[in-house]
Design a protein around this ligand. Structure first.
Ligand code: BG6
Length: 476
């Protein structure tokens, strides 16, 4: 076949799909033996909201019902299949399998739920892509152990992974360890199950937790390869926090942006290359950080690197010297970029940023990427004909896919693309239903009211066509 501008730029076996997380979709928060996860006590989102120490009666916790995927997954998967999805990413709620996290024996009811869920996907030939921990550490492990700052969590996580690898070894061949592990700096409660009580000690706690997460990542990578030799297991980072542009050509701003990018890629530097990069020694020294390591940790990390880089990408940011590097689920809260349009939540739409960062990480690691989150959160309305015409979402999708195809042409190995929230779910950052990502609308509002009925938006048929043509329609 002669290649030309119209030739689809996606490989034949490209994994087109969608992605959600258990805590944002399943609901049924205390059903069939499930324990309380850190997100089950969050009111108002993991970025904007409060995280209680236990569930307070009468409060509104969005994850408690979410979109009731727990009971409606068959209907939803039938719609995903209608779109032609080749894969579907979700997470296992750790608390369905080990309600407190430190038990020795798993909860059989929880295991049965995921058996049924994966069977339903496989029935349609949809490959499950499974995150082991998507901001869903059991709350008990925070309250009793202090979250990932405590080394004991490595063992608890290993036990949980051993159970799910053994149980689902014939059903799941793509695994991801910790969702957006590099959000430890910006959202430590979600990414590391850490409640920062003393800001002065924050960096110490973050780097100690990171070390435990790295050892856990390596330990379960090894385990996965032993139990499921034909599986691939990746780490997962937000690449939004790595898409950082300097505000001016002032070398001070350029270096500040570079250091911030490196703060983000530090995590993949360790998990993909297998060793601590030299630059971190200076950061530890200057901040008086002592990371406790056990004998064998560094070998474990070196010998068990991730097979691929799972990543999310939503937006870029602009940074300058002497600026604080706070962030949210979309990335770094940087300065305004006058060249970009924004979503209704103020996230700059930067499709070229995707091409930039995917190239940058591929240059750095030469390991395949699996893009497991990219999406457009906006408000949707039914028009007078009862339709949702979500052209802004379609435009975001098209622009990003074209740049992803450019990255593929640039030589970046990309295994697949899962749109974030193919069905409306609860926003992680703000806890809202109003911030919708879906190709499928769910009738539920911010107050928790609605029928939970599902409706197709205009983007539903468009994504279906994209998949059907393997991206070809983008170039017509
Ligand atoms: C990512 C998270 O940071 O961003 C998801 O992995 C999240 O859980 C997504 O939903 C979008 O963020 P938000 O805040 O709009 O839901």
């Amino acid at each position: 076949m002669t290649r030309n501008n119209k030739t689809p730029k996606f490989p034949e076996n490209f994994l087109w799909g969608g992605a959600i997380a258990a805590n944002q979709a399943e609901g049924a928060w205390n059903v069939d033996g499930k324990g309380v996860a850190i997100t089950d006590v969050v009111r108002g989102g993991i970025v904007a909201g409060a995280a209680d120490e236990h569930v307070i009666e009468g409060e509104n916790y969005p994850s408690h019902e979410a979109i009731d995927f727990y009971h409606r997954y068959k209907e939803d998967i039938a719609l995903f299949a209608e779109m032609g999805m080749k894969c579907f990413r979700t997470s296992i709620a750790w608390t369905r399998i080990f309600p407190n996290g430190d038990e020795e024996e798993p909860n059989e009811k929880g295991l049965q739920f995921y058996d049924a869920l994966f069977d339903e996907l496989l029935k349609y030939g949809i490959e499950p892509v499974i995150t082991l921990s998507h901001y869903e550490t059991p709350l008990h492990l925070v309250n009793e152990y202090g979250g990932w700052t405590n080394r004991k969590l490595i063992g608890f996580f290993e036990n949980y992974c051993r159970v799910v690898f053994s149980r689902y070894k014939d059903k799941v061949k793509f695994w991801l360890t910790f969702n957006e592990i590099n959000n430890l700096h910006t959202i430590p409660y979600a990414a590391g199950a850490i409640r920062i009580s003393n800001e002065d000690n924050k960096l110490q706690e973050i780097y100690q937790a990171a070390h435990h997460l790295f050892v856990a990542n390596a330990t379960v990578t090894k385990l996965c390869h032993e139990i499921i030799p034909d599986a691939k297991i990746g780490c997962m980072l937000t690449l939004s926090t790595a898409t950082v542009y300097p505000n001016t050509p002032n070398p001070d701003d350029v270096f500040a942006a570079y250091e911030l990018q490196r703060r983000s890629l530090f995590f993949s530097d360790v998990m993909l290359r297998g060793y601590y990069p030299s630059y971190v020694k200076r950061i530890w020294k200057e901040n008086n950080i002592q990371v406790q390591m056990a004998d064998g940790d560094l070998d474990m990390i070196m010998e068990n690197t991730s097979d691929f880089l799972g990543c999310s990408y939503y937006k870029s940011s602009i940074f300058q010297a002497n600026m604080s590097a706070e962030g949210n689920t979309g990335g770094i809260l940087g300065l305004d970029n006058p060249y970009l349009e924004k979503t209704e939540w103020g996230w700059g739409i930067d499709a070229k940023g995707a091409r930039y960062v995917f190239n940058a990480v591929y240059d750095r690691y030469q390991k395949p990427l699996l893009i497991v989150e990219n999406g457009y959160g906006g408000v949707d309305h039914f028009n007078e004909n009862g339709e949702i015409v979500d052209d802004a979402r379609i435009s975001f999708l098209n622009k990003h896919l074209i740049e992803i195809s450019n990255a593929i042409e640039d030589g970046v190995e990309i295994l697949g693309y899962t749109w974030w929230g193919p069905i409306d779910i609860v926003s992680a950052g703000t806890g809202e239903m109003k911030k919708r990502y879906g190709f499928i609308y769910v009738d539920k509002d911010n107050k928790g009211e609605g029928t939970l009925n599902r409706y197709k938006k205009k983007s539903f048929d468009w994504y279906k066509k994209i998949i059907e043509t393997n991206g070809g329609i983008l170039f017509d």
